[in-house]
Design a protein around this ligand. Structure first.
Ligand code: BGC
Length: 441
């Protein structure tokens, strides 16, 4: 049996990612709380992973004890600015302690300013549907960065603007539950403008900062490559899902299959490419589903699926995603801002993790500038419309008791972080079923 270790460059960031509404609990002043109360979700977030109750401390201990050197968290706009004319200094102080808590444990923070949730008052003012949001987000960002910059230089302005816009304005799974493709593009254009404003002000407040956003990048494949309508739909879907923000950043024109919007101020506003990668979609033409852009996306038979069937283990797609980022932005560092899989029993996660780290290592060996990896997620947390049905944590949480249980993947990830690499011994121990594939002898 071959024995080898795939090492990463010195200083590589190894961490986990979380988001305020998913872990904090008792967030009652945002659009998701309202959405949950209205019955749109399988469960309610409730106490979530109880970070607002103080459990962030024990969870950061877990991250540190397992050799993680970075953590990506988000701050909650509705807590920091509970009303347009009011700041909650205690909430900001709480976030300052959390970031200090990371620093004290030798963990580099990345702070996300917006991860899907909006203050209720913003919704009343039209949310992201009008450009009025831009100065409001800028004001909020200025306040947050001013308060937290002592502890953080890595900033992610907005998480997955494409998912926010498509789920909230096309599929209806996220608030406000509308179905209007054109409006979803307008929403993304306003998010891009707000991102650009935040990018500039963060640099003004902190010249050494590194600022980006996190793109949910979803590779698309045609089901029948010989069938022109599958290919067409694959291309449309690829553009619609992935390309709005990147086109705006590359050219100052936001492009989508339903139109173009001029956003010249957005051009060039990122210091790193933040990539969230989960799975690949296979696309087949289907006239019956306009809300899915006339095509059906699925995982082909034989896919290595998690129990809930929401993601498949497709590491080639991860390699492809990184390659896309390098080709699109040759001069920019890449940070994997999320990657993970729902898996309550930890049946598939060890091999998902090992195979994705391996794909990333291949990318690094082409000298592609991948600088860090944040696994989603540190602990189980509130999974949006799917409530508690899907568990992404390296640690399981019993929601009734808040008791944490370490999944085997936490040990595998700890070994990877400690070694700054993936070894044959790790694969043999945690996921021997992919040994031959990763270490062909
Ligand atoms: C989101 C997370 C979410 C994860 C798993 C990402 O699209 O940023 O908030 O929990 O996917 O579904």
């Amino acid at each position: 049996m071959p024995s080898a270790t795939f090492h990463f460059p010195k200083g590589f960031l190894w961490g986990t990612a979380t988001a305020s509404h998913q872990v904090e609990g008792r967030n009652t002043n945002n659009n998701w709380y309202k959405w949950e109360q209205e019955g749109h979700t399988t469960h309610k977030s409730g106490n979530a992973s109880d970070w607002w109750g103080g459990r962030w401390k024990e969870d950061f201990d877990r991250a540190a004890e397992t050799s993680q050197n970075a953590h990506r968290l988000s701050v909650e706009w509705s807590r920091i600015q509970p009303a347009p004319d009011r700041w909650d200094e205690d909430a900001l102080e709480r976030y300052r302690s959390m970031l200090r808590g990371l620093r004290d444990r030798g963990i580099t923070p990345m702070v996300t300013l917006h991860h899907f949730t909006d203050p209720l008052w913003l919704g009343v003012l039209g949310g992201w549907e009008t450009q009025a949001v831009v100065p409001l987000f800028e004001k909020y960002a200025r306040k947050v960065v001013g308060a937290l910059k002592e502890y953080c230089t890595l900033w992610c302005t907005i998480n997955e603007p494409n998912v926010y816009a498509l789920e909230g304005y096309l599929r209806g799974n996220f608030p406000p539950g509308k179905s209007d493709l054109k409006l979803s593009l307008v929403v993304q254009s306003n998010m891009a403008r707000a991102h650009a404003a935040a990018y500039r002000l963060i640099h003004e407040l902190q010249p050494e900062s590194r600022v980006g956003y996190a793109l949910h990048f979803r590779p698309q494949e045609s089901f029948r490559p010989w069938f022109p309508l599958d290919r067409l739909m694959r291309n449309i879907k690829f553009e619609a899902i992935n390309m709005a923000f990147p086109s705006a950043i590359s050219t100052g024109i936001m492009r989508s299959p339903v139109g173009r919007i001029q956003v010249p101020e957005v051009k060039g506003t990122q210091d790193f490419m933040g990539l969230n990668y989960y799975s690949v979609d296979t696309v087949a033409f289907d006239l019956r589903i306009p809300q899915e852009l006339f095509s059906h996306s699925f995982f082909p038979e034989g896919s290595d699926l998690a129990d809930a069937g929401m993601n498949s283990n497709t590491p080639e797609g991860f390699f492809w995603a990184i390659k896309w980022a390098v080709r699109t932005y040759p001069a920019l560092p890449i940070i994997i801002t999320e990657n993970g899989i729902e898996d309550i029993t930890d049946r598939i996660r060890p091999r998902y993790l090992a195979e994705h780290v391996h794909a990333m290592w291949r990318a690094v060996n082409f000298n592609w500038p991948v600088k860090g990896y944040f696994h989603w997620s540190l602990v189980d947390n509130f999974e949006w419309e799917r409530g508690w049905t899907q568990r992404f944590g390296l640690w399981a949480i019993d929601i009734e008791t808040q008791k944490r249980t370490r999944r085997p993947s936490a040990d595998l990830y700890a070994a990877i972080c400690k070694e700054n690499g993936l070894s044959s011994a790790m694969v043999e121990k945690y996921c021997p079923e992919v040994f031959e594939k990763l270490f062909p002898g």
